[in-house]
Design a protein around this ligand. Structure first.
Ligand code: DGL
Length: 256
């Protein structure tokens, strides 16, 4: 699995719960994080390089646990690799189908909201539901730092969520895998009348379907490994307990 950073751990949690016997290597591309402000071309190239690396390491399936990387790069990765590749996309289809007010908001990175894939998702799945796209400015950095509750984090979330309260939206789609870690604060500010749509469980079901009852090979190794492309593995190791409630060793894998 990989993400630009630690957000994909929201998907990791759902996948490892659904498949507790499967070894999972999680790679955080922290040397390039955040992807949000980067160009589609750069994100696509990076996504392909990382997926090639994971395939060379013996991955039998790759989850691109990042909406931004999926939108820019999943087609290239699928064309280049012969193993199954699961991507993640904002849950616009189920949110629009369930909306009663006819207005939903999608929170995602700038790159995701500017991508052709986003435009196509809205065109294909929103129907006559209004979609209000909003970037979570500064949110990714807060999750990377494990800062999920400070006054500054509250301020950044409030700047996006509070104005939505007067927009009559009844669904907020969490279209960046970092954002579920901020869901408790988003929920507190949005109140109970707004549904937060998080794709993690749907991705886990998709992975279970593709694994289709197979068992891991005997040589697969340690159950969970964590890699970062940053030269220093300590910051990621320090933040893991705040995000997934457990300490793990982190290995440094600077990828060119
Ligand atoms: N977690 C990523 C996503 O789902 C992107 C965060 C970033 O690097 O900007 O889009």
């Amino acid at each position: 699995m990989f993400d630009s950073g630690l957000g994909g751990l929201s998907i990791w949690q759902a996948v490892t719960r659904a498949l507790p016997d499967w070894p999972v290597t999680y790679l955080a591309d922290q040397a390039y994080c955040p992807y949000g402000p980067r160009s589609q071309v750069e994100i696509a190239a990076r996504t392909l390089a990382i997926c090639r690396y994971l395939a060379d390491q013996g991955a039998s399936l790759i989850v691109i646990a990042c909406n931004t990387a999926t939108s820019a790069g999943v087609d290239h990765v699928r064309a280049a690799l012969s193993i199954p590749v699961v991507g993640v996309e904002p849950a616009i289809k189920p949110a629009a189908a369930a909306s009663r007010s006819g207005r939903i908001s999608v929170l995602a990175t700038e790159a995701m909201l500017k991508s052709r894939r986003f435009e196509s998702l809205v065109r294909r799945h929103a129907g006559d539901v209004d979609v209000l796209p909003r970037p979570g400015v500064g949110w990714v950095e807060k999750v990377e730092a494990g800062d999920l509750t400070s006054p500054d984090t509250r301020r950044l979330i409030s700047e996006v969520v509070t104005p939505l309260l007067s927009e009559n939206v009844d669904h907020i789609v969490l279209g960046c895998t970092h954002y579920p870690f901020l869901a408790p604060l988003i929920r507190e500010m949005a109140g109970d009348g707004i549904v937060l749509d998080d794709p993690a469980e749907a991705i886990a079901r998709r992975v279970v379907t593709l694994i289709n009852g197979k068992t891991p090979s005997a040589t697969a190794g340690a159950p969970y490994r964590f890699l970062t492309t940053s030269g220093d593995p300590h910051p990621m190791a320090a933040v893991l307990p705040a995000l997934i409630g457990h300490r793990y060793a982190v290995e440094s894998r600077p990828l060119p």
